[in-house]
Design a protein around this ligand. Structure first.
Ligand SMILES: [Zn+2]
Length: 72
């Protein structure tokens, strides 16, 4: 069964706690994200490959396609 790839994510700023809706790139990783509320720039946590995996409610499309998040 083919899974649908989710490209819309709600990312929560670790600094100010603001939640923003973002469209994730379907190919490749987003290496940093600028919070529009507090203008801070965030990098992924060391164990993650992109900012969505670290701070958003869904993993990025690249990881959704891979085996890493098979449970979704
Ligand atoms: Zn912020």
């Amino acid at each position: 069964m083919k899974k649908d790839i989710v490209i819309k994510a709600h990312i929560t700023c670790p600094g100010c706690g603001a939640e923003h809706e973002e469209i994730m790139p379907e190919d490749g990783y987003l290496c940093f994200w600028d919070c529009p509320t507090c203008n801070a720039r965030w990098m992924p946590k060391i164990s993650d490959s992109c900012v969505f995996c670290s701070y958003a409610d869904v993993p990025c499309p690249t990881d959704q396609k891979g085996a890493k998040y098979d449970i979704y």
